[in-house]
Design a protein around this ligand. Structure first.
Ligand code: ZN
Length: 105
């Protein structure tokens, strides 16, 4: 297994299909379903931290706003932060995490 650190070459929000599309620097293109992406939000509020369980799990029901991706901002050189329709924007999705979620190394 190589330890190459891949970055997105480009990304776009595709509202017609409610997916987030990332074109990686190695030519791979991955799509992320908005709801699955929101459910995987890694912020402390959603996924918990330390002994705190977090507010989101497999059974969580989201509103349409909560699963509507409105903007995506880069975070340093290692990740990105989605801005959701309800204003939630505290999750930092690392490139590593996104690659793994798409089944890419
Ligand atoms: Zn969150």
């Amino acid at each position: 297994m190589t330890d190459v650190f891949h970055r997105p070459a480009d990304w776009r929000i595709v509202p017609e299909r409610r997916v987030f599309e990332v074109s990686w620097d190695d030519g791979q293109v991955a799509e992320y379903d908005w709801e699955q992406m929101r459910r995987a939000c890694p912020c402390a509020y959603c996924s918990g931290e330390g002994g705190y369980r977090g507010n989101v799990n497999e059974a969580t029901t989201f509103s349409e706003k909560q699963t509507t991706l409105t903007e995506v901002h880069p975070v340093g050189r290692y990740g990105l932060t989605p801005v959701w329709g309800d204003g939630h924007e505290t999750g930092i999705y690392t490139f590593k995490m996104l690659r793994r979620a798409a089944g890419l190394e």
